[in-house]
Write a protein that binds this ligand. Structure first.
Ligand SMILES: [Mg+2]
Length: 256
């Protein structure tokens, strides 16, 4: 099976682990510039209903920050790559590990004080270093953050034009495994959709549990399937809902 074959349809018996940036919305120059349309919000609510709550957003963002994109709504999911978990929509957020990142945040702010293009995002339980606006400083950012993380006892994950220092043992695969222990995800067939290197942990996790991963966009991946664009992800999600709304042949014959 080629990973470029289209994924099978989403079924109501599945659990869907869905990355946000680059998978549901296009990546913006700055994290705050991302926009969620009312149509996308409605689509996700439809998917959550279709899956009877078996939908989790799995993101590097904090859950409270993700919630701001969905006014009046709080999806189940994992934030900060799994350092935060919310097993049910609108439920309480559980924090996995207590970790001190103030030292790393302060050091990064001092080191990159001369360059406003380097964005230092203090997530309290992790710190992200965005160099999208200064790509020529990538190697320096990586070298400095790795050294700092070693001193502070943190792990480093690399994403698209972003590096993050976070607690050891936290990744999106761990997040999937922990959510799969909880209702309503437990005993469902897990599916993971993601675009970035950090999503590969999540894809490996669902595939180890008998489910399948979907890679968004180009590049190598462990995923069994690929959707080339964010728009294709929307179409794939919407197809499951449309199938529900199509009149059966008997019903349409009766209406005529
Ligand atoms: Mg992403």
């Amino acid at each position: 099976m080629s990973m470029d074959s289209p994924p099978p349809p989403l079924c109501s018996s599945m659990a869907l682990f869905q990355d946000f940036d680059g998978s549901l919305v296009e990546i913006a120059p700055e994290p705050d510039a991302v926009v969620v349309s009312p149509a996308l919000h409605a689509l996700l609510q439809g998917v959550q209903q279709f899956l009877q709550d078996g939908l989790a957003l799995v993101s590097g963002r904090r859950l409270t920050e993700l919630d701001r994109f969905f006014p009046g709504w709080a999806f189940a999911g994992a934030g900060v790559h799994g350092a935060e978990l919310r097993c049910q929509a609108h439920g309480a957020i559980e924090y996995g590990l207590e970790v001190q990142t103030q030292g790393a945040v302060a050091a990064l702010r001092w080191h990159f004080a001369d360059d406003p293009r380097i964005l230092i995002e203090d997530k309290k339980i992790s710190v992200a270093l965005h160099y999208r606006l200064a790509p020529e400083r990538q190697a320096e950012c990586e070298q400095y953050l790795r050294k700092l993380a070693l001193v502070e006892g943190l792990a480093v994950q690399a994403g698209k034009m972003v590096l993050e220092a976070l607690p050891m043992g936290i990744d999106k695969g761990q997040a999937v495994h922990r959510l799969m222990c909880a209702a309503p995800f437990a005993s469902r067939l897990p599916v993971y959709i993601g675009d970035d290197a950090t999503d590969e942990h999540g894809i490996a996790a669902v595939q180890s549990l008998g489910g399948f991963g979907i890679k968004v966009g180009p590049g190598p991946s462990l995923a069994q399937y690929r959707l080339p664009t964010v728009g294709d992800v929307h179409v794939w999600l919407a197809a499951a809902l449309k199938a529900l709304l199509l009149p059966t042949p008997a019903a349409s014959a009766g209406a005529m």
